[in-house]
Design a protein around this ligand. Structure first.
Ligand code: NAD
Ligand code: ZN
Length: 343
C-alpha cells in the first residue's frame, strides 16, 4: 500500500493506494455511518456496504445539482444523522463531489471519507478537497474546500468500469504528467497497452504517481492562489467543450489539452514534435484529439468562464512536456488562434 497525506486547512486527508475496498470499515470512527453512492455503483458493489444506511443518487452530470443535495439532506434528517454521523462517498467523481459538499454543509460540516470507484475519481476528484455542484449550467460553482479524512483507492474496482470511463481517467493522468513529470509521460508512452488492460503493476504505479503529483501541489497551494491553477491545464477549453457538446469530462479535457498544447506551440513554447507526442499518447489511450464542435460557440462558452478578467483570460500553457505555466492571453488573440485549421 502507498500512502499520501494532505495537510489541509480544515483537516488531514490520508490517501491510500492499494488498500482494499472492503477494508473501508476499519477507518470508520464508530457511531452512525451513512453511505452515499450512485445507482450503478450500488448495483455492482452493494455487497461491500449493504449493512449501512445508504443514500443512492442517480448518475450523470445532470444530477450534480442543489436539488440532489436537498434530497440527501432530507434523507439524512430522516436517518436522524447528527454531528457524530460519518459519511462515506462511494462512487465516481460525481458522488465524491456531491457527498463531500453534503458532508461539508450538513450541520455546518460532519466527518467524511471516500472510496473512489472510477479511475478519474481515484487520480483526481477524490484528492484535494474540492467539492460541489453545478449551478444554472455552470460547472462546480457552488462548493467548498474540505478534506475527506480517508480516500481508499482500490484499483480492483476499475475492472468493472466501461472502457470510456477508463479513458476519462487517463485524460487526468496525462494532464498530471504534462504539467509535472516528463519521465512519467514517457513511461505512459511505453506502457499504455498494459495500462488500458489494467495490468496491476502499471495501473497501481500510475494511480499512485498521479496522486503524488496532485497531493504535492495541493499541499503547497490548497486554495488555488498559485501553483494549483496548473491542474486546470486543458480545463478552460475542456469545460467549455463539455458544456457545448455534452461529451464526458475526460473526453472534453483531452480535446482541451490538445488545444492548449497547440496554443503553447503557436506561442513558441512547445515544439511540433512535443504536440504530436501528446496527441499520439491521447489517441493510444482512446481519447479524442479532434472535436466536431462549433468554434464560435466554444469561444462564447470560454468567455463565460469564471477565470476571465476583462480583455484577457488566464490560460495554462506548456513550456515543455512536464512543465506548465499560467499566462494571460488577450481574448482577441485567443479567438485568432482558435480559428479552425486543416489538420
Ligand atoms: N473535485 C475535484 O477536484 C474534481 C476533479 C476532477 C473531476 N471532478 C468531477 O468529477 C466528475 C466526473 O467524475 P467521473 O468521471 O468519475 O464520473 P461519474 O461519477 O459520473 O462516473 C462515471 C460513470 O461510471 C459509473 N461507475 C462508477 N464507478 C464504477 C465502477 N467501479 N464500475 C462500473 N461503473 C462505475 C458511474 O455510475 C457513472 O455512470 C465531474 O463532475 C467533474 O467535475 C472533480
Ligand atoms: Zn478534470
Amino acid at each position: 500500500m502507498t500512502k499520501f497525506t494532505i495537510n489541509g486547512s480544515a483537516g488531514i486527508s490520508e490517501i491510500m493506494v492499494g488498500e482494499s475496498f472492503k477494508n473501508f470499515r476499519e477507518y470508520l470512527p464508530g457511531g452512525q455511518t451513512v453511505i452515499i453512492t450512485d445507482e450503478n455503483v450500488n448495483k455492482i458493489y452493494s455487497r461491500f456496504f449493504n449493512d449501512f444506511p445508504t443514500i443512492i443518487i442517480g448518475s450523470g452530470e445532470k444530477i450534480k445539482t442543489l436539488a440532489t443535495v436537498n434530497n440527501i439532506y432530507s434523507q439524512l434528517m430522516k436517518l436522524l444523522a447528527d454531528r457524530s454521523t460519518f459519511i462515506v462517498g462511494i462512487g465516481g467523481g460525481i458522488v465524491c463531489d456531491v457527498a463531500g459538499f453534503v458532508a461539508s454543509t450538513y450541520l455546518r460540516g460532519i466527518r467524511f471519507g471516500f472510496v473512489p470507484t472510477t479511475l478519474l475519481a481515484q487520480v483526481d476528484a477524490s484528492v484535494g478537497g474540492k467539492n460541489g455542484v453545478n449551478y444554472k449550467g455552470f460547472k462546480n460553482i457552488i462548493g467548498t474546500f474540505n478534506q475527506p479524512e480517508f480516500v481508499i483507492c482500490d484499483t480492483e474496482v476499475l475492472h468493472s468500469l466501461p472502457g470510456i470511463e477508463l479513458s476519462n481517467g487517463f485524460a487526468e493522468i496525462v494532464k498530471h504528467t504534462l504539467i509535472a513529470d516528463d519521465t512519467m509521460f514517457s513511461y505512459l508512452e511505453n506502457s499504455f497497452e498494459k495500462a488500458l488492460n489494467l495490468d496491476n503493476e502499471v495501473i497501481s504505479k500510475l494511480v499512485a504517481h498521479s496522486i503524488r503529483i496532485k497531493s504535492g501541489i495541493v499541499n503547497r497551494d490548497e486554495k488555488e492562489s498559485g501553483e494549483r491553477r496548473l491542474l486546470n491545464f486543458g480545463h478552460t477549453f475542456g469545460h467549455a467543450i463539455e458544456k457545448i457538446s455534452g461529451i464526458s469530462h475526460g473526453q472534453a479535457v483531452s480535446l482541451g489539452m490538445v488545444i492548449a498544447a497547440r496554443l503553447s506551440q503557436n506561442l513558441g513554447y512547445l515544439s511540433f514534435e512535443e504536440t504530436e507526442r501528446i496527441k499520439n499518447l491521447l489517441l493510444h489511450l482512446k481519447l479524442p484529439v479532434k472535436g466536431d464542435f462549433n468554434h464560435e460557440k466554444l469561444i462564447k462558452a470560454i468567455l463565460k468562464d469564471k477565470k476571465r478578467t476583462a480583455e484577457r483570460i488566464a490560460l495554462i500553457l506548456l513550456t515543455k512536456i512536464g512543465e506548465a505555466k499560467v499566462e494571460d492571453i488577450l481574448i482577441d488573440e485567443l479567438r485568432k488562434m482558435l480559428t479552425p485549421t486543416k489538420d
